[in-house]
Design a protein around this ligand. Structure first.
Ligand code: PMP
Length: 284
């Protein structure tokens, strides 16, 4: 696989980052994941805009190649012959000479790394046809979840707790209300209405969320942005989550409680179809 590191395209074995890199020592970095369908990038502009915002919120310098991100994504997709899969991008606050809590000065350039992951069958996913099971876990992450940082230890632990419980993923709960999934935004459907948590610092502002809500409203579906509890979710007609790498994923079981007849509901399935169709049309 060919990866990108600070201006160079290299075989992955030759790509190196310093042990003093602040991404490694302090989780001082931000990232984006953009999916690829038919060799084209889905929602690229949204991911680029959110990256700029994440960098800005953390006073992290923009990498020199900020203006070439689309070309770099395309080059990696082409060189690695990705038809379906994703491009992962990470920016960290670079590698100063010594480990120090204080941010380094302008002389230390940020580190920019991108790589691809091939995922044949991403769109026509067996999981999406079957639906997935989630458990609830307490949300003990920091308070700025609207910034897409690489501090993913707790979400990883949440995934492991889910696996151990025989489920596929975890929805996190704070003050009695669902915030979001370990790596996705959470939704329920009741009497045809789509309910998902309102934006704020408590959740990541999903790029897929924004697109799906726009398509839902365009299709005259009712949308309500507000917090909901696990109990309300268990009584819902349907549930699903969204993310760049899973698109719209139906949820059929929450903490052991089966939703409806235990198969993906019509609203979830329809939204997945609309999202895939519409996104492919404008993919770059
Ligand atoms: N919330 C969290 C915590 C996430 O990690 C992700 C995916 N990275 C999302 C939501 C979904 O965001 P997007 O649709 O932009 O992938």
């Amino acid at each position: 696989r060919i990866v990108y590191v600070n201006g160079e395209y290299l075989p992955e074995e030759e790509a190196k980052v310093s042990v003093f890199d602040r991404g490694f020592l302090f989780a001082d970095g931000v990232y984006e994941v953009t999916s690829v369908l038919g060799g084209k990038l889905i929602d690229f502009a949204g991911h680029e805009a959110r990256l700029r915002r994440s960098l800005n919120e953390l006073s992290m310098p923009e990498p020199a190649a900020m203006g070439e991100l689309l070309e770099i994504h395309r080059e990696l997709v082409a060189r690695n012959e990705i038809d379906e899969g994703l491009v992962y991008l990470q920016v960290t606050r670079g590698a100063p000479a010594d480990r120090d809590f204080a941010f380094p000065g302008e002389e230390v350039p940020p580190t920019l790394v991108l790589f691809t992951q091939s995922k044949p069958g991403l769109a026509d996913s067996p999981q999406a046809r079957k639906g997935i099971k989630v458990i609830s876990v307490e949300d003990i992450r920091w308070g700025r979840r609207d910034i897409k940082t690489v501090q993913l230890l707790y979400p990883s632990m949440g995934k492991m707790m889910a696996k151990k419980a025989g489920a596929d993923d975890a929805w996190m709960v704070e003050d009695g209300f669902v915030t979001e999934g370990t790596s996705n935004n959470a939704y329920i459907v009741k009497n045809g209405k789509i309910i998902t948590r309102n934006l704020g610092t408590e959740i990541l502002h999903g790029i897929t969320r924004a697109a799906v809500l726009r398509f839902a409203r365009e299709a005259q579906m009712e949308v309500e942005e507000r917090p909901f509890t696990i109990e309300e979710a268990q009584q819902a007609d349907e549930a699903f989550f969204t993310s760049a790498s899973a698109f719209v994923m139906p949820v059929v079981e929450i903490d052991g409680s089966v939703l409806g007849d235990g198969t993906p509901g019509p609203v979830s399935q329809r939204l997945r179809e609309i999202y895939l169709d519409e996104s492919r049309k404008v993919a770059v």
